[in-house]
Design a protein around this ligand. Structure first.
Ligand code: GLA
Length: 743
């Protein structure tokens, strides 16, 4: 039911005309704020409540975020009056008595910096089950309006929060900080868990017990943000360890593919404020008179049952609402990169397609190296920007290849990197003004390439055109791997002239505008988000992309950790996981082929190797693993994840996905460090199963099972007791078991 509680009279009353005149000059006369009837505003999901109180003086404070409560009971909580009374403002702004990390910091045309938001009304609406609560606020002196918008996803226990800032005045306002959301927590200790990394080593988990200073997770890379730091975190309340199955854990993720800032500030009263939004670094965004700025969504979820439930909440939300095409099963593919790199011709590719079809795969993806004629793409120092088929390598053209794939029962995919240009290209010569640069300064290269200026609408047209024209090469192109292989240096846009403060924000907005056009014209084409591997893994991008290339590093052991880190916030259905040969150019580690398969089968399986170099024995294993994966991958894509501990500091690690109706599950276990005891059996307590149901347990991909109970039927309760203890006798032993309800 739609509830409208807009206090229109109050909006008019809050700024009397005389008072508006008074603000023109510095004066001791204070603009009066008419009192309002206090009220409670609650944002609720099935299992959680976020409670705000509107005070008589129109300040809005957050009183609670946690397990579902009767929000109205909070109406009796007396308002704090003392010097710390501002320490829970719903959207704290720089100014007045607020001295903490602001969500909003504005600089007005008269040079002043104070903003004090006051409540003017709120409303709630329901759109297809998503309940939106909007708190309308206004600075009580200027004409800046702020809407705090909370989209509650009841079944998933996820709240997506954003702000909308409106300059209702007649002069521009400079936004120095403009976060999406700020929430407050009350606990005696706070453990922050966060993933960071580097190329081929993304998504490594770190923990930090928060002290009384401010901890900031920030990125200023412009593009390729998540190579180093992901805009997400887990926050454990009242404990010094990240617990998988119990305790209060909040998870947060910012849906933005650009610079970000997440701050964690513990105040003198031990309250913790978490402020999350676009990174304000070199981005004092100018808000013109009359303009409205919408910040990106900040996703929040609260779990009273540890990190596992927090992850599952986000995964469920992502599959239904957050990932383009979430819930559908993406094909098993062979990617040409590690098997052929830049050195191939039509025959090489046809042979790889034959092999892919022979192995039971479902798609062939032609990676880098297919384009450029004046500056052929034979290595990474030329050709980016010139998206014509290279006639030397592929004289028969792209349609020939794509149709050949289809004739073999394979879908066909192709690699592009449309945001970038090599100096050695026709494009760089034709449009030097399209390159990100700063006047008079060197345009630094990385991987021999420059970044295109996506703030420029002409460049947006070009980049959309790259996608569009590539798709026009053949009606049989089903999949595009969209790469982005460097960050921004010496930020600057020839297009923006003196308005360089817009650059970082409008680059990302430009990217999203392009992706809107891509999705409007090509709703069914699968698009992978790649950025030197996992450097663009965020819920802003995932709105448009079906999956991500988790990392260039396909080493089985590294992947155990990276996929664990990814799984904390992102669902398995987005996680492209390929098996390649070892050692390879990213890793010298040598893990058994079966271990690599058993790790890759946790996500969207693929192969990234030259099939003709596989031995007969290896080929037989490939067939077996691919076929078994087809039998259980629906559970990987759409099931609930239960992590069995953590790979950090353990000799063994495991996880299982359980189908939504709990009738089926797939279990993965690994020996990741040497342990002399593993041969005796390693007990894993399987979780998420129905204790009453009886499951038939079948190990996959082996002739002789490593568990004594293989082939037997056991209750969920028994399997959760620790009696499930497969033998993992050596380093890199691994096993996959399918559990099916006995009917
Ligand atoms: C990036 C990607 C790789 C591959 C190469 C091609 O590194 O992450 O998967 O596509 O580019 O140049």
């Amino acid at each position: 039911m739609k509830r409208i509680l807009l206090c229109l009279a109050a909006i008019l009353a809050i700024l009397p005309a005389e008072a508006r005149k008074a603000k023109k000059t510095f004066t001791h006369e204070t603009v009066p704020v008419p009192a309002v009837e206090p009220c409670i505003v609650a944002v609720e999901t099935e299992g959680t409540s976020l409670v705000f109180s509107v005070r008589e003086d129109r300040q809005v404070h957050q009183l609670y975020y946690g397990t579902k409560v009767d929000a109205e009971e909070f109406a009796c909580v007396p308002a704090k009056q003392g010097r710390y009374s501002n320490g829970s403002l719903a959207y704290p702004a720089t100014g007045a008595r607020f001295l903490g990390e602001p969500a909003l910091h504005l600089k007005y045309a008269d040079g002043t910096h104070n903003t004090e938001l006051r409540y003017i009304g709120h409303e709630t609406s329901d759109t297809q089950g998503v309940v939106t609560t909007t708190l309308h606020m206004k600075d009580y002196v200027t004409d800046v309006l702020v809407d705090l918008v909370f989209d509650a996803y009841p079944a998933e226990d996820v709240i997506a929060a954003h702000s909308e800032i409106v300059n209702g005045g007649k002069t521009p306002v400079s936004m120095l900080q403009y976060a999406s959301s700020a929430l407050w927590f009350n606990a005696d200790q706070y453990l922050l868990s966060h993933v960071h990394g580097v190329w081929a080593h993304e998504m490594q988990l770190e923990h930090e017990l928060l002290g009384h200073d401010t901890k900031v997770i920030e990125s200023r890379r412009g593009t390729q943000l998540t190579q180093c730091s992901n805009p997400s975190f887990l926050l454990s309340l009242g404990t010094a360890e990240l617990r998988e199955d119990d305790g209060e854990v909040v998870a947060g993720a910012l849906a933005w593919s650009g610079n970000f800032r997440l701050s964690f500030e513990r105040d003198v009263e031990n309250r913790l404020s978490v402020v999350a939004g676009i990174g304000p670094h070199a981005a004092a965004y100018p808000l013109a008179a009359g303009a409205r700025f919408r910040t990106p969504d900040m996703l929040w979820t609260f779990s009273g049952k540890g990190a596992g439930q927090a992850s599952r909440n986000l995964h469920r939300w992502a599959r239904k609402w957050g990932v383009y095409g979430g819930g559908s099963i993406n094909p098993i593919l062979l990617n040409s990169w590690e098997g052929a790199y830049f050195t191939f011709n039509t025959q090489t590719l046809l042979r790889m397609m034959d092999d892919a079809a022979g192995m039971g795969l479902e798609m062939f993806v032609l990676d880098d190296g297919w384009f450029g004629n004046a500056y052929p793409r034979n290595n990474d120092d030329a050709g980016l920007g010139d998206w014509q088929v290279n006639v030397q390598k592929l004289p028969e053209g792209m349609d020939y290849l794509a149709q050949y794939a289809h004739s073999k029962g394979l879908k066909f995919g192709i690699w592009i990197e449309p945001e970038m240009v090599n100096p050695e290209s026709e494009l760089a010569h034709a449009h030097p003004e399209w390159v990100v640069q700063s006047p008079g300064r060197e345009i630094y290269q990385e991987r021999n390439q420059w970044v295109l200026d996506l703030t420029n609408p002409a460049v947006q047209d070009f980049v959309f055109g790259v996608f569009d024209n590539t798709l026009q090469l053949s009606p049989a192109i089903d999949y595009v791997k969209w790469d982005c292989n460097r960050p921004v240096f010496s930020m600057g846009s020839p297009y923006l002239g003196e308005e360089q403060d817009r650059f970082y924000v409008e680059y990302v907005q430009g990217l999203y505008k392009i992706m809107e056009r891509v999705r409007a014209k090509y709703p069914d084409v699968l698009v992978q988000c790649c950025s030197s591997g996992g450097a663009r893994v965020d819920y802003g991008a995932l709105k448009y992309f079906n999956e991500v290339w988790t990392s260039d590093d396909t080493d089985g052991l590294e992947r155990v950790f990276m996929q664990y880190g990814t799984s904390l916030i992102y669902p398995a259905c987005i996680m492209a996981a390929h098996v390649s040969t070892v050692p390879n150019h990213q890793s010298r580690n040598v893990t058994p082929l079966k271990f690599r398969f058993d790790v890759a089968c946790q996500g969207r399986l693929g192969l990234e190797l030259q099939p003709r170099y596989l031995s007969q024995e290896e080929m037989a294993l490939v067939h077996r693993c691919v076929e078994s994966y087809k039998g259980f991958r629906d559970i990987v894509f759409n099931g609930d994840l239960y992590r069995l501990g953590s790979p950090y500091g353990s000799d063994h690690y495991g996880l299982l996905y359980v189908s939504p109706d709990k009738s089926r599950a797939v279990v993965f276990v690994y020996a990741i460090r040497y342990d002399a005891q593993g041969g005796e059996g390693v007990p894993f307590r399987l979780k998420g199963l129905d204790p009453e149901l009886r499951y038939k347990v079948t190990e996959q991909n082996v002739d002789h099972s490593c568990w004594w109970g293989d082939g037997g039927t056991f209750s969920g309760a028994f399997l959760g007791s620790g009696a499930f203890n497969p033998r993992l006798p050596a380093l890199y032993s691994s096993a996959v078991f399918v559990l099916e309800e006995e009917l």
